[in-house]
Design a protein around this ligand. Structure first.
Ligand code: UDP
Length: 358
């Protein structure tokens, strides 16, 4: 297939502002190229693809970024700024599409979804968030009634947030396993990885680490500085070790030394890349049973799923982490979430869906 991918309009690839979409897009491109497909990625200026994407073309465009939907009210209006990056990316994708089979859109925004009914080239959407915007919910619903197979989701629980979706295409997610080294020793610290923002619930993990008298290692971009300082003020001094936003090779090296990853989402996480990245390093995950992580973690085998927002339950299961065999964690990722498994699922979905255009 000849595919044009539209990246996220929230931040350039490599910035961390695009959240999990950045890694997801890179591992999909690596998988597609390995499977022999031709790929052009339309992305914001400064974007870089990972070295495993050699063979894919990167087409960069400039413009004003969109505001992320997880930080807007559900009923907010759709806004497109002057000199819009999103518009520039959509226009670029359309102009390149003459020699392509399809466009695959990664941006969780109104415009490219609305375009589905208004351009000739087939445009498909890998939806990266649960239902975070009424206007986007409505446009998906509208397009879905004519083209139900133009949408795919990362997890069943994410898709279930869209009440009108009957039989969702679920593609999971994928990771380039060579980038993650399995570490068999489990005596290390507790870790937490994610964008530091309220929907990620860092405060719960810090509180539990505090109760254990331990420091919590935190990796990720500080998206909301006030939120981060409020957590610091509430916890005992020096109880957080801020490790910053690291590129994958460094992140996995440090993360792999942890005895467990604590995952405390407050929202319906579409998937939860960091959960699988930890598992790939052999690190068991203890997570609230909410959103994507509830479909990834095998309770008692690769970690524990605990009652959402229940810090006592979190604490109870952290104390049981030594009963999880680290090799089971890595094995699950190898068998379920490699970049090639993911790329194959995406291709199967697209091949099935594109038949509706013929
Ligand atoms: N991440 C990273 N370096 C860090 C911390 C996080 O590259 O130091 C990446 C991580 O690899 C993952 C993304 O940030 O791909 C977070 O994605 P996730 O799906 O967990 O959550 P999202 O931000 O999309 O809500």
């Amino acid at each position: 297939m000849r595919l044009i991918l539209i990246s996220t309009p929230i931040g350039f690839l490599g910035s961390g502002r695009g959240g999990g979409v950045e890694l997801t897009l890179n591992s999909l491109v690596a998988g597609l190229v390995e499977l022999g497909h031709s790929v052009i990625v339309v992305a914001p200026l400064e974007s870089k693809l990972s070295s495993n994407c050699n063979g894919a073309e990167l087409s960069i465009v400039g413009g004003q970024e969109q505001k992320s939907w997880q930080h807007q009210d559900y009923d907010s209006q759709i806004k497109i700024p002057r000199n819009s990056l999103l518009v520039a990316m959509v226009e670029k994708a359309i102009s390149l599409s003459k020699n392509a089979d399809l466009i695959l859109n990664f941006s969780y925004d109104w415009l490219p979804i609305w375009m589905t009914l208004n351009i000739d080239i087939p445009i498909f959407h890998l939806i990266s968030m649960a239902n975070e915007s009424g206007a986007i919910n409505d446009v998906i619903s509208n397009v879905y009634s004519n083209f139900p197979n133009n949408f795919a989701f990362h997890s069943k629980v994410q898709a279930s947030d869209y009440s009108f979706i009957k039989k969702p295409n679920i593609v999971g997610n994928g990771f380039e396993l060579n980038n993650y080294k399995y570490q068999s020793l489990g005596g290390g610290p507790l870790g937490w990885v994610g964008r530091v923002a309220p929907e990620k619930g860092l405060e719960d993990a810090v509180q539990v680490a505090n109760q254990l008298g331990e420091k919590l290692n935190v990796w990720g971009i500080i998206e909301n500085k006030n939120y981060a300082s409020a957590i610091e003020e509430k916890s005992s001094s020096n109880s957080i070790s801020w490790r910053g936003f690291l590129e994958t090779s460094h992140l996995q090296k440090e993360l792999g030394q942890c005895r467990a990853l604590i995952n405390t989402p407050k929202w319906n996480e579409a998937y939860g890349n960091v959960v699988v990245e930890a598992l790939a390093c052999g690190v068991p995950v203890i997570s609230y049973k909410r959103g994507g992580p509830s479909e990834i973690i095998k309770h008692g085998e690769t970690g524990f799923l605990v009652k959402p927002d229940d810090k006592e339950d979190l604490l109870f299961h952290i104390r049981k982490i030594k009963f999880i065999e680290r090799k089971n964690c890595r094995k699950w990722v190898e068998e379920n979430a490699s970049h090639l498994i993911f790329a194959n699922k995406v291709i199967n979905w697209l091949e099935m869906a594109i038949k509706e255009y013929k």
